[in-house]
Design a protein around this ligand. Structure first.
Ligand code: CA
Length: 340
């Protein structure tokens, strides 16, 4: 059974939330003081129903590594747009080329603008064409999916995740955040954790919120939010179902903004949230200044690995082929970097 199987819409949660607004900011300030992505809002505006036309969730099993990466390359190539022009430090900083990073599909190599495998150091990405300022909450290098990963414990002073600051990503262009993660301990009904978020004047995020007063949730629930962008309707998507995850199992999550109007989240290659923004289109004046990966408080002990930012929108087929290739490479302990 797939860990992220989308269960039926929890009518009890949705029904309760519809009639019981999420607690006002005053009531949740203590719990969310260091969780800017988690906003308490009236749950009166029912979001669009879950996308019935979600991609096939069939596990493609054990394709050969080369076959999988070739397919990924072909898929990515077919969707290519002109390369992002603002890549001043793609060379000359002593970082390896994307072609040397074995866990980056060849077809994505010139689209990856940030890559962080944690195999070298916690705060030193292999590729940082964005010139991002990297900051981490308290974390440790531990066994990851590919080589070492970044382990966040709960009991730590600085509870932030991996933060990329100093960004200037205009939202009239597509951007993809990609991360592998696993929980280190079993979930409880109250468990919640942040996965991915982008921040500018507003933010876009994906996280799991647990049982509690926030939105009257009864169990861990998938949440996608788009908030505080001037001229755009806020979206608080708490309607995609429960989000129970087994510990010690690697998962893959992607947050994609594209078309100036679309925010999508894929979990393990399956489209989980498909938000169409309303009010206006995103323009070059809408800029992502920072992005965050992993769990600030309230948190769950988690390890993250293979963090990427790409300047193209990724689709389900390519993501599933990528996942197969990465799992196969990890299964044979392929090194993070190949070549000289
Ligand atoms: Ca790694």
């Amino acid at each position: 059974m797939r860990p992220f199987a989308v269960l039926a819409l929890c009518l009890a949660v949705a029904g309760t939330a519809t009639f019981m607004p999420c607690l006002a900011a005053a009531g949740t300030a203590a719990a969310t003081a260091d969780v800017p992505f988690l906003v308490a809002v009236p749950a009166t505006a029912k979001q669009d129903a879950a996308n019935d036309a979600r991609p096939d969730k069939t596990d493609r099993g054990t394709q050969a590594i080369m076959a999988a990466t070739t397919t990924v390359a072909a898929a990515a190539t077919a969707k290519q747009e002109p390369p992002h022009e603002a890549r001043p430090d793609e060379t000359g900083r002593g970082t390896p080329s994307a072609e040397r990073c074995l866990y980056i599909p060849p077809g994505w190599a010139d689209r990856v603008v940030y890559y962080h495998s944690f195999d070298t150091a916690l705060d030193r990405p292999e590729i940082n064409a964005l010139g991002a300022k990297v900051a981490l909450g308290d974390a440790a290098l531990e066994a990851g999916l590919a080589g070492r990963g970044c382990r966040f414990a709960v009991d730590r002073k600085n509870k932030r995740g991996l933060a990329l600051a100093g960004l200037a990503l205009p939202l009239n262009r597509p951007w993809t955040l990609s991360m592998w993660w696993r929980l280190e301990e079993p979930m409880k009904a109250e468990s919640g954790f942040q996965l991915l978020s982008m921040h500018g004047k507003g933010f876009m995020s994906n996280f799991v919120a647990g049982k509690g007063p926030w939105c009257a949730l009864k169990e861990p629930t998938f949440v996608a939010q788009v908030y505080n962008w001037p001229g755009l309707s806020n979206v608080n998507d708490i309607y995609e179902g429960p989000a129970w995850v087994e510990p010690q199992v690697w998962h893959h999550t992607v947050l994609v903004v594209s078309k100036g109007s679309s925010v999508r989240v894929f979990w393990d290659g399956a489209l989980k949230a498909d938000l169409s923004l309303r009010g206006r289109l995103l323009t070059s004046n809408d800029v992502i200044a920072s992005a965050e990966f992993g769990p600030p408080s309230p948190a769950h002990p988690m390890t993250i690995d293979e963090v990427m930012v790409l300047d193209v929108p990724l689709e389900a087929d390519a993501l599933r082929d990528y996942m197969t290739a990465v799992r196969n490479l990890a299964a044979v302990n392929a090194p993070v970097l190949g070549g000289p």
